[in-house]
Design a protein around this ligand. Structure first.
Ligand code: NDP
Length: 307
């Protein structure tokens, strides 16, 4: 039976940062990276807003470097995904890949969130070639170009207004005749000249060529099918926190995000901490995820000292 002081689930900026801090605190952390080592950042191109890299850095390289840093400091980073968790008592029991059992004195959940996509084959084909679920990450590459944002919530409005500051034209593709977003966000959209809302429209197809996205084919509720020419196609139809395996034990909000206590990473289960996008419906940035990973490791260290 393997028992560890600190088990970290998730190999994104939150998980790796937690591993860096936990290693330096002599907690000998074990990290399971999950099905997407490096997390969501490995699906974007260059990251230009992560401090410390004057000319930006590729998402993959940033994650590889964070991982290498954690390994150098002593973290034991392993391949594998959690398939079962029993957080009813300490040490917590975690099952990896359906077979390996590992017990943990403290657990840091940093399993991230997954952007929702429409589920079109053409959307998958052009992912990273014009299709993106993060305007703050990728918007810069569409300066002075035309883009589309799918969705009518706060995220879509926020991303559309952000993109409108960079791009020549932003289409919002909204499936109903109303926006779900707050009145304040709607007002910002209405007051932005280069945003055009295409009401009652669903995307049938993302159009493209060998270089990437060239447009989108839309179906309006009245039956009309028409194409728009865009270079970027942004999804903003919500995120899904990867908390299912733990939500039987730790408190989650109505969207499934793990609830943490104030400015700490503490969950309602003593010894279980959450970091990164799995507990953050608002900011979802690499830097905020990394910062919350730091908090989680410091909280775990403090918790163990008090035992
Ligand atoms: P929401 O769930 O609020 O909105 C999702 C939007 O995408 C809706 O307009 C929805 O349409 C649309 N949508 C969903 N599925 C599809 C689909 N298959 N095809 C087309 N459109 C689709 O998600 P958000 O990410 O916008 O917001 C999540 C939470 O975070 C909210 O509580 C929001 O208020 C909050 N938030 C707050 C911010 C702030 O305060 N600054 C910024 C960003 C988010 P429909 O309305 O028809 O269901």
């Amino acid at each position: 039976m393997e028992t560890v002081k600190c088990l970290i689930i998730g190999g994104g900026p939150a998980g790796y940062t937690a591993a860096i801090y936990a290693s330096r605190a002599d907690l000998s952390p074990v990290v399971y990276e999950g099905i997407q080592p490096g997390g969501q950042l490995t699906t974007t191109t260059d990251i230009e807003n992560y401090p410390g890299f004057e000319n930006g850095i590729s998402g993959q390289l940033l994650m590889d470097t964070m991982k290498a840093q954690a390994v150098r400091l002593g973290a034991d980073i392993r391949t594998g995904a959690v398939t079962e968790a029993d957080l009813s008592k300490r040490p917590f029991k975690i099952v990896i890949d359906g077979s390996k059992e590992i017990f943990a004195e403290t657990l840091i959940i940093a399993t991230g969130a997954t952007a929702k996509y429409l589920g079109l084959p053409s959307e998958i084909k052009y992912r990273g070639l014009g299709v993106s679920a993060c305007a703050t990450c990728d918007g810069f590459f569409y300066r002075k170009k035309k883009v589309a944002v799918v969705g009518g919530g706060d995220t879509a409005c926020e991303e559309a207004t952000y993109l409108a500051g960079l791009c020549k034209k932003v289409y919002m593709i909204v499936r109903r005749d109303v926006l779900r977003a707050s009145e304040a966000m709607q007002e910002r959209v209405r007051n932005t000249e280069n945003i055009e809302i295409l009401w009652n429209c669903n995307t049938q197809e993302v159009l493209g060529d060998e270089y990437g996205v060239t447009g989108a084919r839309l179906l309006r509720k009245d039956g009309e099918v028409f194409d728009i020419a865009v270079d970027g196609f942004f999804l903003a139809i919500g995120h899904h926190p990867n908390s299912e395996l733990f939500s039987q034990w730790v408190a989650v909000d109505k969207e499934g995000y793990i609830v943490t206590d104030g400015k700490t990473a503490k969950t309602n289960v003593e010894g279980v901490f959450a970091a990164g996008d799995v507990q953050d419906p608002l900011y979802r940035q690499a830097i905020t995820a990394a910062a919350s990973g730091c908090r989680a490791a410091l909280d775990a260290e403090k918790f163990l000292k008090m035992q």
